[in-house]
Design a protein around this ligand. Structure first.
Ligand SMILES: C[S@@+](CC[C@H](N)C(=O)[O-])C[C@H]1O[C@@H](n2cnc3c(N)ncnc32)[C@H](O)[C@@H]1O
Ligand code: SF4
Length: 366
């Protein structure tokens, strides 16, 4: 009731200070890295999946506890990510079941497609998965496999899209533009038209993070090539009719950082959980704000997980990123986005929200 009156008062004030996290009992969307392990060797992988440089992941049992907590919090949507989540297939099945039984309506997975078979897609659907996103980085095997470093994966992705159609759940495809595939994008869109349940093709600029920056400047497309790509996407979407099912989504991660620091849009209704249990403010900000091995999701929410954009160090790092190149965070010796380098604070143990002035970049890092 108290919350309702607060809401009413804010409504009278034109929602200027309306803080969604005050009326929610947890995040609306939770993305979780099931594992950082991966069978592929992608040239561009931002989190260096599959390499040795990883922190200890939490155990499957600890992961299951997190899923139970998530089911209690009941987000509107969840996404299993990684690494390659299908490396822990049994865990994914159990997780989907827990979330479905807890009443979570949208349960998605992002995968490279290698381990998806017809039977597994059916089992995943029966366990509760409602949506699968696959990665496809070229119009043919030669191009896609050049990016992915694994032979045969192109056919697996196309097979998987067919299995998903047959199982009756929805799918999406993510395309990562690089110098050697960016011009193929219209042909990739064409190739994907035949999949009935494919709803969206997602494109974002290649992030200069992880493997993508390890001596591979030739990976990055030029500004002109990006401009052509965005023009194509704008045109494609503007020509869509009501009956066209596939939408192409161009998302620039800078938008999300700007939105949080410039508009009065600071509630963090999306949460990310890493495979070591860390909670991060954003995939693009190298700060962990807690770890689910120490406290529960509910307790982190009560301690301010929904308001982490009030924390000075997070705002300062977001303000530092003016262009995508800045995400390397290396020009001023800032911590890089790779969780071994993250600044680690704990909303509960450090009582962060009551001592915001202590959590500046200067005090924590330099
Ligand atoms: C990290 S992967 C995890 C899921 C799964 N292993 C896959 O590849 O689909 C999630 C998505 O991030 C994309 N990705 C990886 N590195 C990237 C980078 N440096 N910039 C932009 N997208 C990237 C991948 O192509 C994939 O579509
Ligand atoms: S992008 Fe996905 S498939 Fe490729 S190495 Fe990274 S986690 Fe694995």
């Amino acid at each position: 009731m108290e919350k309702y009156y607060k809401y009413k008062k804010l409504e009278e004030n034109g929602f200027q200070e309306f803080d969604k996290s005050d009326i929610l009992s947890g995040p609306l969307h939770i993305a979780i890295d099931i594992t950082n392990k991966c069978n592929a060797k992608c040239l561009h992988c931002f989190n260096r999946s599959g390499s040795e440089l990883l922190r200890a992941e939490i155990s499957n049992n600890e992961m299951l506890e997190i899923f139970k907590e998530m089911a209690e919090v009941k987000p509107f949507s969840t996404c299993f990510c990684g690494g390659e989540p299908m490396m822990k297939y049994e865990l994914v099945l159990q997780a989907a079941e827990i979330l479905k039984n807890g009443g979570v309506p949208n349960i998605a997975m992002v995968t490279n497609g290698w381990f998806l078979t017809k039977d597994r897609v059916i089992d995943l659907r029966n366990a509760g998965l409602t949506h699968i996103q696959l990665s496809l980085d070229g119009k043919d095997a030669k191009t896609h496999e050049r990016m992915r470093g694994i032979k045969g994966i192109y056919e697996k992705v196309l097979d998987a899209l067919r299995f998903i159609d047959e199982a009756g759940i929805s799918s999406a495809v993510a395309f990562s533009p690089a110098q050697f595939n960016i011009k193929q994008f219209p042909e990739v869109v064409e190739l994907l038209q035949k999949f009935d349940n494919l709803r969206e093709i997602k494109v974002q600029p290649l992030m200069p993070l992880g493997k993508a920056v390890e001596g591979r400047s030739e990976l990055f497309a030029s500004e002109e090539e990006y401009r052509e790509l965005v023009k194509y996407i704008e045109k494609f979407n503007s020509q869509r009719t009501y009956n066209d099912k596939i939408r192409v989504d161009w998302s620039d991660p800078l938008d999300h950082l700007r939105r949080f620091i410039t508009l009065n849009f600071k509630n963090n209704i999306f949460s990310e959980i890493k495979s070591d249990g860390n909670l991060t403010a954003s995939a693009y900000i190298p700060v962990a704000v807690g770890n689910l091995k120490r406290h529960s999701l509910k307790d982190y929410w009560k301690a301010g997980l929904g308001k982490v954009w009030d924390i000075p160090v997070i705002r300062e790092l977001a303000e530092f990123v003016i262009c995508i190149e800045d995400m390397k965070y290396d020009s001023q010796e800032l911590p890089r986005i790779f969780f071994e380098d993250n600044i680690e604070i704990d909303l509960i143990d450090n009582d962060v929200m009551n001592h915001l002035e202590d959590f500046t970049l200067e005090k924590l890092y330099k």
